[in-house]
Write a protein that binds this ligand. Structure first.
Ligand code: AMP
Length: 284
């Protein structure tokens, strides 16, 4: 509980997360080597002395985890998904798990205090292993979370992924996770028709390899009723977060044109990272 209090009320104590975080930012150097550093993304304030600090926003099911995780591998910064932290806590037999299950399985948001506590622990563990920078996924989800994050550190870029709502629901219902390796897949074959001026959209399923196929599980909150509630909660609590970052000039809107094969190159292009992948693999 001390970690929550420290983060919610940043104190001048040298051991507070806020000061640890700032200290680590000022002393770490970017992992990306100078000669292959990507062009600064459109909205990024250049901070050559530290690593990327990005946020991914977007409705449940949009693919934040997929793209954040790919970028995390590309840029060498950790991908931190608060939903994963919550699920990890849920799967433990810790005192919080029963309380969390009730909230998460109804599609509601967990309290800011619990989220900050889980996030503080994750950041501190990462710092002790020498991690720097991050791509946050699923956080911040409320204006209060965004304001507190702003007090604690500086965010360079916020990517807001967008997809039509009927596709979001289908994607959530098709989502599967390998219970052994934790990798995510999607069994939905999406063919949404063009309507009301919106273009049609096709997405091939992302099927698991044979060794995962028999171990697939579905998230308890990926039922139609709960997904619809999560989408409602997103528009009530999280959409204002988009405006928060828009007013800071940090929001990059990105309409996903389709599945990973169409979207990934376009996203890299939008981030000015399109030639980075090629250069990086040439150096490796
Ligand atoms: P996700 O995997 O991001 O969809 O998160 C799964 C669930 O974890 C959400 O429906 C919330 O109940 C909870 N959760 C994850 N991140 C947050 C957050 N930043 N604030 C509050 N609740 C969260």
């Amino acid at each position: 509980m001390a970690a929550i209090t420290r983060l919610l009320k940043p104190s001048p104590s040298p051991s507070s997360l806020s000061s640890l975080f700032k200290q680590s930012l000022s002393t770490t150097t970017a992992i990306v080597s100078d000669n292959i550093h990507p062009h600064q993304p459109l909205f990024q304030d250049p901070k050559p002395s530290r690593n990327f600090q990005w946020v991914f926003l977007g409705c449940p099911g949009v693919g934040k985890g997929t793209y954040a995780s790919r970028l995390s591998n590309l840029l060498g910064v950790p991908h931190i998904a608060t939903g994963d932290l919550v699920r990890h806590e849920l799967s433990s037999s810790g005192p919080l798990s029963l309380q969390l299950a009730e909230i998460v399985n109804q599609g509601k948001l967990v309290s800011d205090e619990i989220i900050f506590n889980l996030l503080s622990k994750r950041l501190e563990a990462g710092e002790s292993k020498g991690e720097s920078g991050f791509i946050l996924d699923g956080f911040p989800r409320t204006i209060r979370q965004a304001e507190i994050l702003d007090e604690v550190t500086e965010i360079d870029l916020v990517v807001n992924l967008k997809l039509r709502e009927d596709v979001l629901v289908e994607k959530c219902l098709g989502r599967r996770i390998c219970s052994q390796c934790g990798k995510g897949f999607n069994v939905a074959s999406i063919n949404a028709k063009a309507e009301n001026g919106r273009p049609g959209m096709s997405m091939a399923p992302l099927l698991p390899p044979q060794h995962c196929a028999s171990k697939l599980i579905t998230r308890a909150d990926d039922t139609e009723q709960v997904v619809k509630e999560r989408l409602r909660v997103y528009s009530e609590k999280s959409q204002p977060v988009e405006d928060f970052y828009k007013s800071q000039g940090k929001l990059m809107e990105f309409d996903l044109p389709g599945g990973i094969p169409e979207s990934w190159p376009k996203l890299l292009e939008a981030l000015n990272l399109d030639d980075y992948e090629v250069k990086r693999s040439a150096v490796a």
